[in-house]
Design a protein around this ligand. Structure first.
Ligand code: DX5
Ligand code: ZN
Length: 227
């Protein structure tokens, strides 16, 4: 079944506990950490993640858009994250980092910006629990979905199948009712949605609607057969 992870980047930062409650039934809560260096925007850090982890039962899916994730990612596991995604463009030692995240008890995930190909990282895939294919340039919510990323989603799904891996494939950026089916057909099974969820009148209903669309689209997809 498709997993829907609402992104709190589009939520009210002064009411994060309430905003988590508003998407009850979601699989994960997606938390975008930005440092104004790796991306031209600044959001939140370890203390806020610690508080949020205490305030909600929904597991936290951390997306670190920061320099030096080798230093910071383990601290987000200690802060209570259930999954930590680092950008491979910023990681000095991605294998060592993935192993450290897993050893500390969280799922380890690697993100790729739109201009970064998946092929050079084929051999790293067994070290990971998830790959995040960005479908916008990271930094801001509410951007238009980049269709040209669909072939990369497809190729990543093919690599996962080729190596027979239990690896989740997440897409992030511009995911909404009009785009989620194409992502699911191409091979994504975890969907981040910010504005499509928190911009909706009923965020929990938006989550259910997105999940329904993704499940339907994946039902006939080659990669989901036998799932
Ligand atoms: C963007 C963030 C996304 C963002 C997505 O850099 O990584 O998680 O919240 O927002 P939408 O769904 O509005 O494109
Ligand atoms: Zn994100």
């Amino acid at each position: 079944m498709a997993q829907i992870n609402p992104s709190i980047l589009s939520a009210d930062f002064a009411r994060l506990a309430d905003e988590a409650e508003a998407v009850r039934g979601s699989d994960w809560l997606h938390v975008d950490v930005m440092d104004n260096h790796f991306v031209p925007n600044l959001t939140l850090g370890v203390p806020v993640v610690e508080s949020l982890a205490r305030a909600t039962d929904i597991p936290l899916d951390l997306h670190l858009m920061i320099e030096d994730p080798d230093r910071w990612a383990p601290q987000y596991v200690e802060a209570g994250a259930g999954s930590v995604t680092f950008h491979v463009e910023a990681a000095a030692a991605p294998v060592r980092l993935a192993r450290e995240i897993r050893a500390k008890g969280a799922r380890a995930s690697m993100a790729l910006k739109p201009g970064t190909p998946i092929e050079p990282y084929e051999d790293l895939l067994p070290e990971l629990d998830m790959v995040l294919i960005m479908t916008v340039e990271p930094g801001f919510g509410g951007q238009a979905f980049l269709d040209i990323m669909l072939p990369k989603i497809r190729r990543t799904r093919e690599l996962i199948a080729k190596h027979d891996l239990e690896l989740w494939l997440q897409v992030d950026g511009g995911v909404a009712a009009g785009t989620i089916e194409r992502c699911a057909e191409a091979g994504a099974d975890v969907f981040v949605a910010g504005s499509a969820v928190y911009g909706a009148e009923d965020p929990a209903e938006a989550v259910r609607n997105l999940r329904g669309l993704a499940d339907k689209a994946a039902a006939d997809a080659w990669w989901a057969c036998g799932h």
